[in-house]
Design a protein around this ligand. Sequence first.
Ligand code: ZN
Ligand code: ZN
Length: 384
Amino acid sequence: MKDAVFVYSSDLLSYRFRDDHPFNQMRVQLAKELLEEAGALKPEDIAKPRRATDEELLLIHDAAYLEAVKLAGQGRLDPAKAEGYGLGTEDTPIFANMHEASSMLVGGTLTAVEEVMSGRAAHALHLGGGLHHGFRGKASGFCIYNDTSIAIQSIRENYHARVLYVDTDAHHGDGVQWAFYDDENVCTFSIHETGRYLFPGTGNVNEWGMGKGYGYSFNLPVDAFTEDESWLECYTEALVRIAEYFQPDVIVTQNGADAHYYDPLTHLSASIRIYKEIPKLAHQIAHAYCGGRWIAVGGGGYDIWRVVPRAWSLIWLEMAQKKSVTKEIPAAWLEKWQKKSSYPLPAVWDDPEKLYRPIPRKQEITEKNRNVLNRMLQFIEQLN
Ligand SMILES: [Zn+2]
Ligand SMILES: [Zn+2]
């Protein structure tokens, strides 16, 4: 069995709204090439994604929605109907062949699932996936098909495994949460910036699930300007406790990299440090509870130059246990991409000690986050 598989093909880059749209899949290529230049990713590590079939998309999505996405991609969707499907909005504009491009992202996540669930690899990473805002019958927040929900549903139907979904994107993982809100075999945990001011507005701590799924949905909304220490305290204590409580057979992690201080769409103040720690704990949990079974996907991340390539590479370095990487970012990578980037690219893997000016409300934010964490831990306590 392989330790880890990296799912990639340049076909993933065809998921592209507009040149000036913040969602830019070139980040996947940037991360892949960074790993290659660092000597941490070889051709034999890579598995090519396939396109998901309609039958697979229908595991989560409505047939009418699929039809609408297909028509939209051919320029034939009635504009009056488009809005009802969340298509042609400012967030999720229509682009040519959007059905084909979106099915490829789903297929990538399904490829990762197959590698892991078949036992060919212990872990698999698909950075093109993680489109956690996609709904049953509606596109939302840059997401058309919800690859991760489809992957989880296929794990349920084909392998009957209990799935722990962990979402560390700065936005609430709403699409995945609602898809399994009444399901006791899929436990979702999302840590995100509070929805008070940020899209999609949900992800309150008291969204615990419903019906049979009550007690299998966990949310940890943290305050704007939360820094590494407090974020990591919340993530670590919550996830350790949830894993112990739920005892998963497989862990699926969504690794949006938009909680970083530099991210232009959110208001958290994390550094690259959290992106080292996130996969470390996920990896430990995979081995402690799941016989190693861990599927990781990408997600948000809008500073595609300074943040996402490093943050996403760190998942692979952890997963594939590549310890020998140098402190410096490879010169060949910097040379190739610096001319395209509007910012000076970081020359080392770590962020500088002083990334930003001290945040005056640090103590207050830390205490607020701790209160939310404690509410969640107390709730879990009562469930036992
Ligand atoms: Zn996000
Ligand atoms: Zn491992």
